[in-house]
Unconditional design. Sequence first.
Length: 400
Amino acid sequence: MAKRANGEGSITIRKDGTYHGRVYVTTTSGIRKRVSVYGKTRDDVREKITELQAQDNKGIPMPDTNAKVEEYLTYWLANVVKVNRRPKTYQGYESVVRVHLIPGLGRKKLRTLRAAEVRSWLRRVADECQCCKHGWDKARDKPVCCAVGECCRSLLSRRMVQSIHAVLRNALQNAVREELIVRNVAQLVQVPTPTYDTGKGLTVPEARLLLKRSADDRLHALYVLALTMGMRRGELLGLRWDAVDLDRGTLIVERSLQRVGGELKLVLPKTQTSVRTLPLPPLVIKALAEHRERQAQERAAAGDRWQERGLVFTSRVGTPIEPDNLRRSWDPLRQRLGLEVRFHDLRHTCVTLLLDLKVPPHVVRQIAGHSDIGVTMKVYAHASLDEQRKALGSLGDALS
């Protein structure tokens, strides 16, 4: 038998009948290292050695870390996400890592994590009953409570499963960039695509009714801005007077109010395209002017209790409005008017009505601050029933 060349690799059989292969490869630290692979047959081991040699010949280094997934995720959150992403994004990522990823995959080795393991775990996460945490019945391949007929049916939404998968995919992609692993196994796993509820929106008569009946509400100007300018809730509550120029008729969207780490903070808007300068129509200028006068009266009435923050929309003592508490003002108003819509649907209404008025989609995108025109068209742009009737009627006339 011919002598093996240096680095060709060797295969031996162990006492338990399995096979052990050894081969030299270059690691991510630049060191030439002998690594071991194992398999039930000689062909299995030979295949693994061949794969390692092929990667080595392509200049792909072999990761030389034995860190567990939990150790890596902790490092990634602290040194990558917290440094480079927005506080709200870090808060969301940290929650997903702590609640889902570490308990589910934390003990596995980062270098040997397989797509099949990720796929199987995500399927269990999607099916696990979240409110009772009964666990998984391996024999029946379903949650325990489902197996005994007591399922609480509180399952994770598709959107949440997609978010968990996205966080893991982003974390592993950073590990690839840092040459800790060769490939991102999360990219090989597909998860169900969630369906997005774009909301009902308001018709033109309903929008007019809302503006008319809310005229005496202290947050009337906020509803006008939401309907007319399509601003997000955080953008409205984070709007400052120094970003509003009523004389020139312009408004700059540059901050968003969010609760981060238990504190209300003014942060940068959702995306770079969310920072935008918008012209103000006369309806909005009038509403903001009246609101500024009303706020001056509230400031005088509050006296020493007033806390000046420079915000356009505040509590009665000048403090920021808790975003989640906005429904305390919105829900009674919409119920009084018989409107079955969320506050966010006012933004949806603005975009939909602009598109119905034949405003070019790229202009609507700039007004709404969407990151991509695909968002404008896919999520929001659905034709109204009247538009569909008109289109099909035209086709019918042409064919008759």
